[in-house]
Design a protein. Sequence first.
Length: 263
Amino acid sequence: MSKDHQVRAKKHLGQHFLTDESIAEKIANSLSFKGYKQVLEIGPGMGVLTKYLLKKDSIIHVIEIDPESVEYLKNNYLNLADRVIEQDFLKYDLNLVFNNEPFAIIGNFPYNISTQIVFKALEMRDQIPEFSGMFQKEVAQRICSKEGSKVYGILSVLTQAFYHAEYLFTVPPSVFNPPPKVESGVLLLKRKENYTLPCDEKMLFKVVKTAFQQRRKTLRNSLKTFNLTDNLKANGIFDKRPEQLAVQEFIELTQLIETDMKQ
């Protein structure tokens, strides 16, 4: 492959290559590059964002599943060549590279797996102090939304239990090749200073997911499968619907359920 060969965007990989340099630079600048030495870019494609990351005082790794993109990156970014990981991010053991050290995540994420990318990052939250990236706009808004919003849900609560989430800016379809059918949104996640929860984290995930599976119902009805005592169900919190509970209230609810189950 020649250096000036352009990679063809592949629909099955959800590829939409960003063509606007100023937006790429803006995304690269969204990370603080403090508190970690390494950064992982997911789905770099032809490296429009990568080139700005390489200017930073940080060790940049990229993970890319498309062999054509991998070859392009190795040919055009020679100083990156030995840090191009040709793997599926969702299946790859990142500690083969990072060895339990902290690192940030950044990228223009394929929309079809963006939610799964967030969930994998949450699993590795001990190592990921910062996370910045481009999503389908409605997904970015959902992650950053607060209680009372129609789009507030599982992703909002579980992400914000550990991270401060900030919606940064909207990106139009016209700056991509090929253009997606929807607008995109860039967000920044900064891990909370104290992100250890005072409840069992697996139980929190279970409570949140169960509650939002029937989001129009009150918690008294949506959490029936937990077989809670009548005494606990008399608590006023169970009169609310899941979208009315702030993240902290979900944590407190989980604590109440844990105590109830021990009785």
